[in-house]
Design a protein around this ligand. Structure first.
Ligand SMILES: Nc1ncnc2c1ncn2[C@@H]1O[C@H](COP(=O)(O)OP(=O)(O)OP(=O)(O)O)[C@@H](O)[C@H]1O
Length: 471
């Protein structure tokens, strides 16, 4: 028989939902009319098997069922319902002489039973109690999930500034869906951390999170790394290799620094996203892949599109939902908390003592430019814990020359050899970029280093092109 469908997924029903299951039509009609008039949302079924189709773990209502029915009787039906969700209240309507069966069903976990014939008012009290109970169970579950999500996010993504709070709310909202997400933000703002949080709060969290840094894979092998290859596909392909995209099957594929992907590969990626299948190099057979895509960029992709370095059609495919992470200098409220937590963790890891630096020093944190964002802060907090001397001395060594401009003076002859070399490298690259107005190609030629190396060094040394002064 046809039956009306009701929403079994909504955690907060507008009106309480009742499923009526009875093979006797007269009872179905009278009961549903009465409950309908009483303001309930009704769904009727002539048999238990069709009723089971409407029941999901978050079904937000109550079931009223006959005991003696063809196909599946009330006891077996109750057991099946409780196997879906042991907290769904099932009220049995028993005929004369069915009471022993109803008692058995109660032992299996049914909520209540009422003897036929009954006046609707006879079941009202039990029904209302059952609905109230169900409402509480659903609300508690939603609350528990929310608390668990909040806990996961708060312990991972440190920060209570308004923009961090908004970001965490957006993550919690978007994570359980399947939409592709584009995470944008400067280097070190936590894009990968955000991508992992989305995966962990998604329904794919028991599957793989595969992170691919598009800037770190050599152009010559990028295709085989992403799509895989068959044995003998090219010289040196001695074995079949499963690519990163196939590895992410049923899980999440995180493509970091997407704008570094060569244009030809972008076209192939677009095809994979559209057709949801890959073809390994050296093969003609497509392989179905099912992944949730999260991309990250520290570059403005519309600009890359305008520069003809990024495909516009690919951008439209990946940016269904964009999460922007604010740079640290725009959420300075978070600085003391981040520093303190990173320093505490470092102290524990390195087994060193840590005491919060005195308040008068915190100004140094706020004045700093933080072009390397949270990664730079984490680094400094760890170095603070490892340095010797009192708080002022350590603070001076960390922020001494670099406060306010983010780059150390190459004449700074203190610190470890590694630190001094780092400062010199930073100075040389910044100087070259400044002289050539940020023109990376000219700088690559002058310093005789490939683009990839220059990009990596700029990232490691926290040099951003947009902070280079024009000449
Ligand atoms: N809000 C945060 N709370 C705790 N740790 C953070 C936070 N943001 C970033 N981090 C830490 O900072 C470091 C850099 O983060 P991550 O690698 O996610 O940045 P990213 O934006 O992906 O960087 P890149 O663009 O350079 O790849 C990591 O160690 C990460 O754990």
């Amino acid at each position: 028989m046809p039956h009306s469908k009701i929403d079994t997924t909504s955690a907060k029903p507008q009106t309480a939902q009742v499923i009526i299951v009875d093979d006797e039509e007269a009872l179905r009609v009278s009961l549903s009319q009465w409950l309908d008039l009483s303001g309930y949302t009704i769904c009727v079924h002539a048999d238990a098997i069709s009723a089971l189709e409407d029941i999901t773990p978050d079904f937000a209502g109550v079931i009223l069922t006959d005991v003696k029915m063809p196909k599946l009787d009330g006891i077996a039906f109750t057991k099946s319902v409780l196997a879906i969700d042991r907290d769904i209240p099932v009220i049995l309507m028993t005929g004369h002489g069915d009471v022993p069966m109803a008692v058995e069903a109660m032992k299996s976990g049914a909520y209540d039973f009422v003897e036929k014939p009954f006046e609707p008012n006879d079941i009202l009290e039990s029904l209302e109690r059952a609905i109230e109970k169900r409402k509480l169970v659903i609300e508690n579950r939603a609350l528990r999930t929310q608390i668990a999500q909040q806990g996961t996010l708060d312990s991972r993504l440190i920060g209570n500034s308004p923009s961090m709070r908004a970001l965490k709310a957006e993550i919690a909202n978007i994570a359980p869906t399947e939409v592709p997400v584009l995470v944008s933000g400067e280097t070190g703002t936590g894009k990968e951390l955000v991508a992992r949080a989305i995966h962990d709060l998604s329904t794919r969290n028991d599957r793989r999170f595969v992170a691919v840094n598009c800037a770190a894979i050599p152009e010559s092998t990028a295709e085989s790394e992403l799509f895989g290859h068959e044995k003998g596909a090219f010289t040196g392909a001695t074995n079949r290799r499963i690519g990163w995209i196939e590895h992410a099957d049923n899980g999440t594929l995180f493509l970091d620094e997407l704008s570094s992907m060569p244009l030809a590969l972008q076209a192939k990626l677009l095809r994979v996203i559209e057709q949801r299948e890959i073809v390994r190099l050296g093969s003609n057979t497509p392989v179905k892949v099912n992944f949730r895509l999260i991309c990250a960029t520290n570059e403005d992709l519309p600009t890359a599109v305008a520069d003809k370095r990024f495909r516009e059609d690919l951008l439209f495919r990946i940016n269904t939902f964009e999460l922007q992470i604010a740079p640290l200098r725009q959420r300075k409220d978070d600085l003391p908390l981040l520093f303190d937590i990173f320093a505490e963790r470092a102290a524990e890891n390195f087994d060193r003592p840590y005491e919060k630096p005195p308040a008068k020093l915190w100004g140094g944190l706020l004045a700093h430019e933080w072009s390397g964002n949270v990664r730079e802060l984490k680094n400094l907090a760890e170095r603070y814990v490892l340095l010797t001397g009192n708080a002022e001395e350590r603070w001076a060594r960390l922020f001494g020359n670099s406060i306010g401009n983010g780059a150390a003076d190459p004449a700074d002859k203190t610190g470890s050899l590694a630190d001094q070399l780092r400062h010199f490298e930073q100075h040389i690259i910044r100087d070259a970029l400044t002289r050539h107005n940020g023109n990376v190609k000219t700088v690559m030629d002058e310093l005789d280093i490939p683009r990839r190396t220059l990009n990596e060094k700029m990232k490691k040394l926290n040099i951003r092109r947009d902070t280079i002064e024009e000449r």
